[in-house]
Structures are given as C-alpha cells and as structure tokens.
Design a protein around this ligand. Sequence first.
Ligand code: ADP
Ligand code: MG
Length: 244
Amino acid sequence: MWFLLTLKIDQILENAKAENRKILYEHEAKTIVMEYGVDTPRFQLADSRGKAVEAADSLGYPVVLKVVSPQVTHKSDVGGVLVNLKDPDEVETGFEVIAANLKRYAPKAEFTGVLVQKMAPPGFELIIGANVDPQFGPTVMLGMGGLYVELYRDVSFRIAPINEEDAEEMIEELKASKILKGYRRQPRLDIGAIVDALVKVSNLTARYEGVIEQLDLNPVLVYEKGLQAVDARIILKSSSSMPR
Ligand code: ADP
Ligand code: MG
C-alpha cells in the first residue's frame, strides 16, 4: 500500500522534473494530497469542448471549470475559474470563455485545456499550507481563508512533523476557532477533519523534504462533517532530488 502510494507520487514528481516544471498542475497537486488522504472534489482533465462536457456529464452538475496551463499558477487572475456551471451548454461556453480569457490576460501562456471538477458546497474557508523555513526546515500553517486572511492575519505555524495534539493547538490558536466550534447559533464544524488534514499535510511535507518547497491548499472548505480541498498548489525545489 505504502509502496503504491509513493509510486504514484514519485511518477508525478519525475514527470514535472522531465518537463522542467517547478510548479505542479492543480490536478497533480491534488492527486498527491489525495494519496495522503485529504479529500478533494472529483475532477477530470479535458482538452476540448466536447471532452469537457463528457467530463461534466460523468461527474454530475454543477461543475467548476479551471484553466490548465504550465505558465499559470493563480488561475483567477487570468479569468481561469468558472464556478457553478449547471448544464452542458454552460460548460461548452465556459470552455471557450476560459480559452479566450487566457489569450487576453496571459497571451504567452499555453492553453493545455481545462480541469472539470465537481462543485463543492459552500463551507467555512481555511488555508492549510506548508513551507520550508531556511532555519527550521518544513513547517505547516493553518489560517483563515477568504477575505479574512488579509484583514485579520489569523494564522498559526508549527515545525513539521506535527502530531494530533499539535494540530489541535494550532486550531485553538486561531481567533476563528470560536467560529469553528459553533459560535452563537452556527453549527460546530468538523474539527477532527481539520486535525486530520493538518497531520497528513505535515507527513507529506516531512516525507518530501528537499523536494517540495511549498504547498497550499487554498481554500479548504470545512463542513459539519468533513472538508474538501478545492484548490491545491505545490511548488518544487529547484534542484530537487528524490528522497531515498
Ligand atoms: P486560484 O488559482 O485562483 O486560487 P482556485 O482553484 O482557488 O483558483 O479557485 C478560485 C475560487 O473558486 C476558490 O477560492 C473557490 O472559492 C472557488 N472554487 C474553486 N474550485 C471549487 C470547487 N471545486 N467547488 C467550489 N468552489 C470552488
Ligand atoms: Mg486558490
């Protein structure tokens, strides 16, 4: 099991290396975090309008369409994310809109296609991240997502690897923890799922120390039951060597 898991991840990493890409595609980053057990909305790649519709039909509506381009990391910045597409017509049009937006906002970027994914229901937005600190090595980060990131800078950090107690403390340190636990009449959100995701991200970054430079799950949508990483970004170290 462990062997199979590493095999798939290593293949993604080898591939990126061969193509000289430091930044993984969203679907690659998501595949890696999924292998570690973090939930993401189901997705399929499509390199044509027709395939995008086929993918959407098989995933079920509503769907989200996102640009796939080796040069694009912040997809919204190039008009590359369309949410809540409800039928095949909207997907067909959406495919063309994304292609046109890319041409307009990033004329030099290659258009590889789109990532069709199941639209996740609204949830409480958090950010889970990992970074390599020059002094402390791999670290994990938990923060509030959405508008609140800039407004409140509500974040907590730990040196990886962390255990469940560390993860619980990280959540406790957030001002938002009150909301997570069910402020006023709000429902209590799945704290256990956040703990679990933090530990998994920590394990992943610790395991791939020297290979993964940065990881962002932004946003993660948290529910009363479970959570979903709806976006994932992984940046590799320039001179990455595979772990033994
Ligand atoms: P970016 O590269 O711009 O960060 P994201 O993948 O984060 O692109 O998408 C932008 C926004 O669209 C997200 O912050 C989220 O609000 C929404 N979104 C993206 N994917 C989904 C999804 N599968 N389900 C629901 N909302 C989504
Ligand atoms: Mg994002």
